[in-house]
Design a binder for this molecule. Structure first.
Ligand code: C5P
Length: 233
């Protein structure tokens, strides 16, 4: 029951029951879902099984970063559980990314593998403290290109970065962007937000949206309002 929707709903919940309670209010033909570190650490593979059983495609957002063999094995494990997408940190390097990609190919696993470039919580000063003297935007571009050259299918990036990454890495390179706020929603703790339509116009391929849908009185009504904003994309 695959969907063509660019919308990925972030299931940021501390338990399997809470996550499934939200998933049961959503329609798997109209969105995908994202499972992150807290939910997965608490509920384990059971949450993937339950979501797959309900027809959802899952982005497992665990941002692996380790030696190549360990990351490749973790990516393989995720793919063998049927997730639609999984990610690693591009700063783990070319060998780490290539090894993970090769492992998927060798096992005929079609899960999308994408990379995180620079966490959006980081600023230029934080990079400098790590010994990275390049301006942040340039470092993001550098890591996006490295991910592309390593055979990965895309990156997680802010919508502000999508246009530049599209120019550098091409249209088909996936740009999965959080920090999206539809016109009806509040910003919460997100700093530089973009509307769904604006983000797609900037070149994003997928939109990660959490609270504007999960904290709405009626999540499907909120999802429909986003679909209306997205008409034409
Ligand atoms: O509720 P909200 O729409 O802000 O949720 C956004 C989701 O995207 C959360 O799961 C958050 O962890 C994730 N995310 C983010 N910014 C990033 C990377 C991931 O907001 N740079």
């Amino acid at each position: 029951m695959a969907t063509d929707s660019p919308i990925i709903i972030a299931l940021d919940y501390p338990s399997l029951d809470a996550a499934l309670c939200m998933a049961d209010q959503l329609d798997p033909t109209r969105c995908r879902v994202k499972v992150g570190k807290e939910l997965f650490t608490r509920s384990g593979p059971a949450v993937l099984e339950a979501l797959h059983g309900r027809g959802f495609e899952v982005f497992l957002d665990l941002k692996f970063h380790d030696i190549p063999n360990t990351v490749a094995s973790a990516v393989q494990a995720a793919a063998e559980q049927g997730v639609w997408m999984v990610n690693v940190h591009a700063s783990g390097g070319r060998r780490m990314m290539e090894t993970a990609m090769q492992r998927l190919d060798q096992n005929a696993l079609t899960t999308h593998l994408i990379a995180v470039t620079v966490l959006t919580s980081m600023q230029t000063d934080d990079l400098a403290e790590l010994g990275i003297k390049t301006p942040l935007a340039e470092h993001v571009e550098h890591l996006a290109l490295l991910a592309k050259q390593s055979g990965l299918q895309g990156v997680v990036c802010s919508a502000q970065e999508s246009a530049r990454i599209k120019t550098l890495c091409g249209e088909s390179f996936l740009k999965v962007t959080p920090g999206i706020r539809p016109s009806f929603a509040v910003a919460n703790d997100q700093q530089r937000t973009m509307g769904p339509n604006e983000a797609m116009a900037a070149g994003s391929s997928h939109l990660v949206i959490g609270r504007p849908v999960t904290q709405a009185d009626d999540p499907m009504v909120a999802l429909e309002a986003i679909e209306v904003e997205l008409e034409g994309h």
